[in-house]
Write a protein that binds this ligand. Structure first.
Ligand code: NAG
Length: 211
């Protein structure tokens, strides 16, 4: 009876490793939940005892049970984000707009290589725009407007050739506005209501002039 027991153990091992891999994402989302205050109970369905987070509200998975969307815009949540969001390797849409989330934007969001859209606008984020965002080569929409971000716009972002929409208006950013790459086509409204000093004048003033 060696064969059936081998089969049994193979199946057991496969389902075990499967639940571990999906739980990395479930665990990441659950640790996010522990950082957030949720007066409207929008995260009530986020039950960490389930094998995968794919049945939770505001979470969308692909056919391989990987999280591809997080939709928590207009959810009245507060608190902060942590490095664990960097574990959602297949994430394409990170929608956290119009909440009261504060603290720094974790640099680990730069690990989300498949991200198409990051909407963090209308929160209370502070600190710098992470340079690590330059690694988000699939990114098309980056909206960070209406926060409390400081520092200059990282020049590394000019390498994001797929970027179609970029909005950092209504923050406290300083320095000059990049002109290279996709930044050549963004309208000035994307930059208004900051302490920015107009478009970059290469060789004349440093990009972080006035910071
Ligand atoms: C948001 O949460 C606060 C409590 O933190 C509550 O007083 C307020 O009514 C909520 N707003 C909405 C629109 O649900």
């Amino acid at each position: 009876m060696a064969f059936p027991s081998l089969l049994f153990f193979t199946v057991l091992l496969l389902s075990f490793s499967y639940s571990i891999s999906t739980n990395i994402e479930g665990n990441a989302l659950h640790s996010l939940r522990t950082r957030l205050s949720d007066p409207n109970n929008v995260l009530q369905s986020w039950d960490p005892t389930l094998v995968s987070p794919c049945t939770w509200f505001h979470v969308t998975c692909d056919s391989n049970d990987h999280v591809v969307r997080l939709d928590l815009g207009n959810s009245n949540i507060s608190g902060s984000l942590g490095s664990e969001l960097g574990e959602l390797k297949q994430l394409q849409y990170l929608e956290l707009y119009h909440n009261n989330i504060g603290g720094k934007i974790p640099k680990e969001l730069g690990k989300l290589k498949n991200l198409i859209s990051m909407d963090l606008y209308g929160n209370k984020f502070e600190g710098n725009i992470p340079k690590s965002f330059a690694k988000l080569k699939s990114l098309r929409f980056l909206r960070l407007n209406d926060n409390k971000l400081t520092g200059s716009i990282p020049r590394e972002l000019t390498t994001l050739s797929n970027l179609k929409v970029f909005d950092v208006s209504n923050n406290d950013l300083c320095g000059t506005i990049p002109v290279d790459g996709p930044f050549g086509s963004f309208s000035m409204e994307s930059f208004e209501h900051n302490r920015l000093n107009g478009p970059e004048l290469k060789g004349l003033v440093p990009y972080d002039f006035g910071c």
